[in-house]
Design a protein around this ligand. Structure first.
Ligand SMILES: [Zn+2]
Length: 385
């Protein structure tokens, strides 16, 4: 039976549980999905939204989600105005003010559907005061509201939140199994699937999108990044600065397409949407754009980490453990006989770079610092000049 839940890859128990809840109409109004990064919680939240909102109903011909109607399509493309996604707006988590806005929004009527679905990511970053602003809504949500909260572990979420939700545990998906799932869904070979998972911080859903990006844009970016990293050995300071600038620029390039599709969608809906709804959609589009930029920057740093990790494997005399097998020769040339401790230290510089990005330091500055650090390593490998 193909339905919305088929898309929840690698989580058969979650799939069965949600499917059974929808078919038997035992859906509650507040869910808490808990599981590690990359366990497909976001995908599952959108699948549940689709199953609940498809006008064909839960007993329809394909188990409650045709996947083909306008509404299913919009939800799948994450463009439905009544399915709203939130992530913490502050560097340290959700802001009280942000939670108040969400609470106020739940009191408004849906724009197109007969329900409103709120997906709140990283509720482990919901501090006590932000959570307090939210409790009443979670306890007695309006009849047409379903809340789906996502968190890393049950323990990391405040008990007052956990006790008001139906908890759905997601399992950690082992890397080899994840690669198999990605390969199966994209037709990529297992090595390439594994590389995409590395680039996407372990997320299967993102890895599938990575491999399917229009014009193989993400794969081309990866090739370019790895060739830049290998060239750092001979780069002077100005080369490094320019390389960082160009990489940040390239991380933004595909956003033009996102923007164009968002504008087309707004134009298409302008006739029947109230002004306030259009403003909401515009605000959401803006958030989506900046989330996409952050995602691409995270992929960039993840790929640098993965490349350095491979360098470490070469330095330790185990080149057969390299994950980015397509650049193994260049890694061997750079890192054979290199000092493993120096490479390991550079890996921790990647973590620093990611923290700086999370704190909204300019991406150019972050990448430029990281590339200088990496250059230090490849210079130190004893193969220069
Ligand atoms: Zn449908």
């Amino acid at each position: 039976m193909a339905d919305a839940f088929e898309n929840i890859l690698g989580q058969p128990k979650v799939r069965e549980f949600l499917r059974a809840s929808v078919v038997s109409e035992r859906v509650t109004q507040a869910y808490l999905f808990v599981g590690p990064a990359g366990s497909n919680k976001t995908q599952a939240a959108y699948a549940l939204a689709q199953a609940l909102m498809c006008p064909k109903g839960p007993r329809g011909p394909r188990g409650g989600s045709c996947g083909a109607c306008d509404r299913c399509g919009r939800i799948l493309r994450r463009k439905h105005p009544d399915v709203r996604y939130f992530a913490p707006a502050g560097a340290n988590g959700y802001l009280v003010e942000q939670v108040r806005e969400i609470v106020a929004d739940t009191a408004l009527s849906p724009i197109q559907a007969d329900k409103k679905i709120y997906i709140l990511d990283r509720v482990d970053q919901l501090g006590a005061s932000a959570a307090n602003a939210f409790l009443k809504t979670l306890e007695e949500p309006a009849d047409d509201v379903v809340m789906i909260l996502l968190g890393r572990t049950r323990e990391s979420v405040l008990p007052t939140i956990v006790s008001r939700c139906q908890v759905v545990p997601f399992r950690h998906i082992p890397a080899s199994e994840a690669a198999g799932i990605v390969a199966q869904n994209t037709g990529a070979d297992p090595a390439q699937a594994r590389q995409a998972i590395e680039a996407c911080g372990g997320s299967i859903t993102s890895a599938v999108a990575f491999l399917r990006a229009p014009g193989s844009e993400r794969l081309a970016f990866r090739t370019r990044l790895f060739s830049d990293l290998a060239m750092l050995q001979r780069a002077d300071d100005w080369d490094v600065v320019e390389m960082a600038r160009a990489l940040v620029e390239a991380s933004k390039a595909p956003l033009d397409e996102v923007r164009a599709s968002q504008e087309a969608e707004l134009a298409e809906n302008a006739d029947f949407l109230a002004k306030s709804a259009i403003r909401q959609i515009e605000a959401r589009n803006k958030r989506q754009l900046s989330a996409k930029t952050s995602e691409y920057l995270r992929q960039t740093t993840a790929m640098v980490r993965s490349w350095l990790r491979d360098g470490l494997m070469v330095a330790c005399g185990t080149p057969e453990l390299v994950i980015n097998t397509d650049v193994r020769d260049s890694l061997v040339a750079l890192f054979s006989g290199a000092d493993a401790a120096v490479i390991a230290a550079a890996c921790s510089k990647v973590d620093e770079c990611e923290r700086a990005l999370a704190y909204n330091v300019s991406p150019e500055t972050c990448l430029d610092t990281l590339l200088f650090d990496v250059r230090e390593v490849v210079h130190g490998s004893g193969r220069t000049d």
